[in-house]
Design a protein around this ligand. Structure first.
Ligand SMILES: C[S@@+](CC[C@H](N)C(=O)[O-])C[C@H]1O[C@@H](n2cnc3c(N)ncnc32)[C@H](O)[C@@H]1O
Length: 391
């Protein structure tokens, strides 16, 4: 089972394919190719362990088993039954099936998952008069179907729980950003790990924690207790420990790393402090309870990342417009020498910032289509803005 090199797929979010491809290349993957919300690559089983442990911007790592064409549910059932499932699991093990569907031939992904599960279970029952059971949370084997028009790709999900579940965060506020999105934003800013990094509306602290993990080379999955592949028949614990030890040996001391978070709500700021402590990066991240316009500006310039409220929960439009206007005013008044990156789904409110973005990157925060806007804050920005206001 899975010896030598094979092609795998790392799933990610829209807009993060390029940063994930770069991460994979840096980690040593071969034949890296970008797709929609995914990157394929070639590596061996040790590399699969390493990818799960180290990648900041991957959601799951899929190991393909078989690709075939399907016209209807019966085709799917028959093809799934042809795969020798005993190679991957025993009758006393458990399974779960997930399906992503992009096809006019089928309506319900859940029905395809059900059919797949039936085919696997029936194969065992016919051989052993006994069937494996379903466990949606911690199955021995998580089977993944990707049906695109009439092509079905069957893979094994080596990650188990999605890789955005890092294991460092228990307490959340109302709108925490997904860890993989936060990590991707940090990568997109091109932060070098040494300049100042500030998140002045830090909420539960996700962006700061992800930035700190990257700067210190703490593997993204370092705090996770388990990965899907650990429950597989062929799990090689010695190899895993070797991969883990090698990654841990690369963790850096944080003498020169400095991150600052601001948060207007005392309660939320308290949660950020707890999360930062849980992630063991409290020696490099400082949290202040302060409104953005009162936050101290660390000298020397750097990167500012802001994930402001988008106005979804605000009662009045004027409030959100006023907030974005004040963000723009503060940037112009106090943050010269910084590059500011703002992620928002509210493009009307973004206009109230009254600065021209030098880049706009399309991303999704959950179901919300967003733009990550880059603003370069030169010392002259304020004067130019004043002149523009006067003319
Ligand atoms: C969308 S949330 C940020 C979520 C955060 N990225 C996380 O992962 O938890 C926006 C945060 O900005 C804070 N906030 C709103 N206005 C602020 C202001 N003027 N100054 C500082 N923080 C502010 C809110 O209290 C809220 O926690």
């Amino acid at each position: 089972m899975l010896s030598g090199n094979y092609k795998m797929t790392a799933q990610t979010m829209f807009g993060l394919e390029e940063v994930l491809a770069a991460e994979l290349r840096k980690l040593g993957a071969r034949e890296v190719e970008q797709h929609n919300r995914a990157v394929s690559f070639v590596g061996d089983i040790g590399f699969m362990y390493k990818a799960n442990l180290c990648l900041y911007t991957a959601l799951r790592i899929l190991v393909p088993v078989k690709t075939f064409s399907v016209r209807n549910e019966q085709d799917l059932y028959d093809e799934i039954k042809k795969i020798d499932w005993e190679t991957y699991m025993g009758v006393d093990d458990t399974l779960a099936v997930n399906c992503s569907l992009n096809s006019e031939l089928f309506n319900h992904s859940q029905f395809l998952s059900q059919k797949t599960k039936d085919a696997v279970v029936d194969q065992f029952r016919e051989k052993h008069q006994k069937r494996p059971s379903v466990d949606l949370d911690q199955p021995t084997l998580r089977i993944h179907l990707f049906v695109s028009q009439d092509t079905c790709m069957v893979s094994l999900d080596s990650s188990g729980e999605s890789l955005h579940k890092r294991g460092y965060r228990d307490m959340t506020n109302l709108a925490p950003i997904n860890e993989v999105l936060a990590a991707g934003i940090v990568k997109l800013t091109g932060w070098d790990g040494y300049r100042n990094f500030v998140d002045p509306m830090c909420g539960s602290g996700t962006i700061l924690i992800e930035a700190a993990l990257q700067a210190l080379s703490i593997p993204a999955g370092y705090y996770r207790k388990s990965f899907g592949f650990m429950r597989w028949k062929n799990f090689d614990e010695t190899l895993w420990n070797k991969i883990l030890d090698a990654a841990v040996a690369k963790i850096k001391e944080g003498d020169k790393v400095k991150l600052l978070g601001g948060e207007i709500s005392k309660n939320v700021a308290r949660k950020a402090v707890v999360n930062i402590h849980e992630a063991k990066v409290d020696d490099v991240v400082t949290i202040r309870t302060a409104a953005f316009d009162d936050l101290e500006v660390p000298a020397g310039g750097g990167i500012l990342v802001i994930n402001p409220p988008y106005g979804e929960r605000m009662d009045k439009d004027e409030d959100i417009m006023a907030l974005y206007k004040s963000i723009g005013d503060t940037l112009k008044k106090k943050w010269a020498g910084y590059e500011a990156w703002i992620i928002t789904s509210n493009m009307e409110a973004a206009k109230a910032i009254r600065l021209d973005p030098s880049r706009k990157i399309k991303l999704f925060n959950g179901a919300l289509e967003c733009r990550l806007l880059k603003f370069e804050l030169y010392s002259g920005t304020r004067r130019k803005d004043k002149l523009a206001e006067q003319s």
